[in-house]
Design a protein around this ligand. Structure first.
Ligand code: SF4
Length: 377
């Protein structure tokens, strides 16, 4: 029988190479209007024994992989050939651990949506156990909700940092109280600020996720300006950009259906991104666009010095002639382009142009773009 440990479904893209260790199951809030990650699933806490037993299983898997490496003539090294063998064995979790070891075995992500809802002393216990059993680990990160963080004292967070917690990922989504209320985020701008301030003060690295387009047409300007205002106060280490996709089965999809929420066009979303970035001031954050749903993945750089370069990318898109904008949007959503420079490939450009012309003739361009966007999820 294969060794196994429990894992949840979600991790940030930046944790692709991390070992996923589940502390709690699902989301204790589970009400955000745009989110379907844990819909229909009940939140529960895992016992310390269960979590420690999972860590022991990972240690055992590392030993097993080393043994297989020796038996395969690789001298104990966890290399790509061994990884391929494990992959073909169909043991997904052993493959996950082997891939993690190849990445250096240095990073761990604690799942699921709000690990710090656990008692602080219990998280510290887990962090200590994790580092003792897996000494190669250098970075440990987790998601946390602002409403939870705002209840922790800076001293609690410092204790977590000393025990090894390196980074906290927070879904801020918007800095506008109107938008936060509308999407039922369960956190106010003030709580986002308080939570962010405490994390920063503790010395733990902070990633804030914001969603372009989250204000819809109605609150587009307020969303951009208030989000910039809150980020300027927090000064997070990372501002991670996401773009709104209205997912079927969510409350937001119902609100969109009823007309209560009107989504912005791709260009309007980019205008909102421009407004947001123009108003980011006096902070030293890394702006990261690490999701393929973002139309302009090139919007990446470090503030304050990189601000003009970020805006230059956006202005480049906004100053394209209308047919070129449509070409890029369709090509991007179709997966033909990743970044604007990919439009320089003449044959791909011609291919997309032909598709744009055909879809416009059939009056299906907008509909097709939105269908392609949904498929990315
Ligand atoms: S807190 Fe996060 S995981 Fe939970 S419902 Fe909101 S977006 Fe989804």
């Amino acid at each position: 029988m294969n060794l196994a440990f429990e894992q949840g479904p979600i991790r940030p893209p930046s944790e692709a190479g991390s070992l996923l260790l589940r502390l709690t199951r699902n989301c204790p809030w589970n009400k955000c209007a745009f989110c379907r990650s844990y819909k229909g699933k009940t939140f529960s806490r895992r016992s310390l024994e269960e979590i420690k037993s999972d860590i022991d299983t990972v240690v055992e898997m590392c030993r097993l992989l080393q043994q297989r490496s020796i038996e395969s003539g690789f001298g104990g090294e966890i290399n790509r050939q061994l990884l391929t063998k494990v992959y073909h064995s169909g043991d997904y979790q052993l493959f996950h651990v082997a891939a993690w070891l190849i990445n250096g075995g240095r990073t761990v992500f604690l799942q699921d949506a709000n690990s710090l809802v656990m008692k602080n002393a219990d998280v510290v216990d887990i962090l200590n156990y994790l580092k003792k059993r897996l000494p190669s680990v250098e970075r440990i990160t987790t998601y946390a909700r602002s409403s939870t963080l705002a209840r922790l004292r800076v001293e609690d967070l410092i204790t977590l940092k000393k025990a090894g917690l390196s980074r906290i990922h927070v879904g801020m989504e918007s800095g506008s109280d109107t938008v936060l209320k509308f999407i039922e985020k369960g956190a106010t701008a003030r709580q986002h600020i308080e939570a962010g301030r405490r994390v920063k003060e503790s010395g733990i690295s902070l990633s804030e996720y914001i969603i372009l387009g989250m204000g819809g047409k109605r609150w587009a300007q307020e969303h951009a300006l208030e989000t910039a205002r809150v980020l300027n106060i927090i000064n997070p280490n990372f501002i991670r950009i996401r773009t709104l996709t209205i997912v079927k089965g969510t409350t937001l999809a119902q609100k969109a259906q009823s007309g209560e929420f009107e989504a912005e066009s791709e260009e309007e979303i980019i205008r909102g991104e421009k407004l947001l970035i123009e108003h980011l001031d006096g902070i030293q954050s890394n702006v990261v666009s690490d999701h393929s749903m973002n139309l302009l993945e090139e919007v990446q750089g470090k503030l304050p010095g990189g601000k003009s370069a970020l805006l230059a990318v956006i202005n480049r898109f906004l100053s394209l002639p209308e047919d070129e904008k449509q070409n890029f949007i369709l090509g991007k959503r179709w997966g033909v382009y990743r970044v604007m420079n990919d439009m320089h490939d003449a044959s791909q450009h011609a291919r997309v142009s032909a598709a744009v012309a055909m879809l416009k003739k059939e009056n299906k361009l907008e509909e097709t773009i939105s269908q392609l966007k949904d498929q990315v999820l």
